[in-house]
Design a protein around this ligand. Sequence first.
Ligand code: TRP
Length: 323
Amino acid sequence: MKKRVLSGIRATGRLHLGNYLGAVKGMLELQDNPEYETFYMVADVHTITTPYNIEDLRKNRREVIIDYLSLGLDPEKSTIFQQSEVPEHIELAFYFSSVVTIAKMQHLPTFKEKVKQYPHNSTMALLNYPILMAADILIYKAELVPVGIDQEPHLEVAREIARRFNQDFSTDFPQPQRFKTEGEYIPSLTGEGKMSKSVEGSYINLTDSLETIRKKIRAVPTSSTSGGEKTEGVKTLFTLLALFSPKSHEDFERKYEKGNLQYLELKDFISEIIFRELEPIQKKRKELEPNKEYIDSVIKEGNEKAREAARETVREVKDKMGL
Ligand code: TRP
């Protein structure tokens, strides 16, 4: 039997560079490895755990799938689906919640952060976020999860639930591990924190033109000197450089050490190499977009395939729990 992989991205908008480098690159690598069976979803149910706009969600739960396809996820190799179309995830999450304490969930750093961000929306759905994520993964008995490093606390919860369930109900859930990518942490363009959809000016969209990318990269705060300890903004530039052009990284590093680095030259070089990687993705999206029937059929088939696999696990769990 092939080992399984699951990953997902919330439907909060079109994907950005951080999603691509932190998650999708790992998804692609595993999709192309014949040792794995890959399940990739848009986490539309997770999107409702924080305040959202209905029309945006309706649009984005489809847009993310089109982004996936443009980035190279292949329905011939991967099961590409929408979380809410496999309601067994929610059912399993409820069964899982019977072995998780409220205190444990309240103390997760990811929960605390969201509560700080939305102080009037500290809901049960938000508290249950990690349990639903554990169900997403374990319903396919997935062993590998390509996601960014910020998701590690959620994976730990999934492993704990798996252990508890195996002990109490004799199930055979694996201990899912994070599949790391080189770009597992993409810093924000503001020089503070990570690249994130919820922070304006922090991210590059996959659809950005060269001109837009140049404008955003030029706005990264740098320094009036070069050499010595790097400021956060300068570190961000070097991180991007290392990811997109490891060869040039050394050259610029040397210039930096010598104290004769021209930041504008470095910034425009980075903008150029990022755009060069995004250009074919943008072209593919333009070709795909008008092909509504094809997209619909990919989604429909993916949803059905995922559901079939999910049903099997839920049937087993119910039986073992005495239901
Ligand atoms: N929590 C993830 C994020 O914010 C999204 C997600 C939901 C996910 N379910 C998942 C990721 C299952 C991996 C596996 O990025």
